[in-house]
Design a protein around this ligand. Structure first.
Ligand code: KG4
Ligand code: ZN
Length: 341
């Protein structure tokens, strides 16, 4: 059997990325042109700037992904692209490019949901992993618990009612005077602090409730920080970072354990940018072990936005014949629904 090559394209936020995935799981190439340095001076992603950057980079990034993979355009079997949710102008650049390649190369166009792509990062280089499992998807825009019943078949178990976990990390990091993106910077600061120093609130929202809320925690941390500053006490910033991080991790991990218990599945997984957090990963590992659950997660570089995960999810849609026409649109808001029921 000749290999199946999927070209994945991702432009939903501030990374212009293209990847070639062989036989659904194996990364032949993964090119990421990051815009972080450009957005950092504004303290966050500026949507118009992101769209323009994608436009400038997309052709180069796609061509480079083919070159790195050592294949020709004629070797490709399909073009998979993130169609939402995300920044609409940014998404449109990737979708327009994918349509152009699919049309010119006479290849199927495969639309991919961004959260589904994050979830599929767990299958990169791991063809032996199989559903069912509960996946906690934690990114800058989303915090969701999803039951993956089989490939492409999902049930949303819970999601955040206000801020996403990554958004809370970014906002608190900003308050602490850390540079964008805040998550990794806050994690680094927290390493020097005591996670038990300040008992910040945990929003459990009731036993076995699988929704999340981080706005109360965010307010508590900001108030604490303001009081500390009024007293002229800046020595405790690392403790604040560590205690905030511990409060977020507590809720994320325990609710995932509840979800596993309620659904009866024996496997839990992590996905999304916040899944790069090593304190979160190690706490998950410990608690999953205690609960007798198998735990897996993507390598750190495939937690944040990349096109390899899009190619991986795209492969499973390709096998199922889920193709789009050249009328395919991009969607800023886009619920995750199963294609296989
Ligand atoms: O998945 P992603 O790249 O983009 C979205 O789809 O949103 O996630 C980005 C988010 C940001 O909020 C960033 O601060 C957070 O993931 N993040 C982290 C870490 N690395 C990235 N949060 C906590 N700890 C980290 N090490
Ligand atoms: Zn993402």
């Amino acid at each position: 059997m000749p290999p199946v090559y999927i070209l994945g394209i991702e432009t939903s936020c501030d990374e212009t990325s293209a990847a070639v995935i062989r036989d659904g799981h194996f990364i032949s190439s993964n090119i990421i042109a990051s815009q972080i340095d450009i957005h950092r001076r504004y303290g966050g992603v500026v949507p118009e700037v992101a769209s323009r950057q994608h436009l400038e980079k997309i052709t180069f990034v796609v061509e480079r992904s083919l070159k790195d993979a050592g294949i020709e355009f004629s070797d490709l079997n399909a073009v998979a692209v993130t169609v939402g949710p995300g920044l609409i102008g940014a998404l449109l650049v990737g979708v327009a490019a994918a349509k152009a390649y699919a049309f010119a190369l006479r290849l199927p166009l495969v639309p991919v949901h961004h959260l589904e792509a994050h979830l599929y990062a767990n299958f990169l280089e791991h063809p032996e992993r199989k559903p069912p499992f509960v996946c906690l998807i934690v990114s800058g825009g989303h915090t969701s618990l999803v039951l993956v019943k089989e490939h492409l078949s999902y049930e949303l178990l819970g999601s955040t009612r206000d801020d996403a976990a990554g958004e809370a990390f970014d906002k608190i990091a900003r308050q602490l005077g850390l540079a964008y993106p805040g998550g990794p910077a806050l994690e680094a600061l927290a390493r020097g602090g005591n996670p038990e120093a300040i008992p910040f609130p945990r929003a459990w929202l009731g036993e076995n409730e699988l929704d999340f809320s981080f706005s109360g925690l965010k307010t508590a941390v900001i108030n604490y920080l303001q009081r500390a500053r009024q007293k002229g006490d800046e020595t405790c910033l690392a403790d604040i970072a560590a205690s905030f991080q511990a409060a977020v991790i507590d809720v994320l991990v325990e609710k995932t354990m509840w979800a596993a218990r309620l659904t009866g599945v024996k496997q839990v997984a992590l996905a999304g940018g916040v899944a790069a957090n090593t304190a979160l990963r190690s706490r998950f590992q410990t608690r999953a072990g205690e609960e007798g659950l198998n735990f897996f997660y993507p390598p750190i570089e495939f937690c944040t936005d990349n096109a390899a995960m899009v190619g991986c999810a795209g492969y499973f849609h390709y096998l199922a014949g889920h193709f789009a026409s050249l009328q395919q649109e991009a969607y800023a808001n886009f619920p995750l629904v199963s294609k296989n029921k």
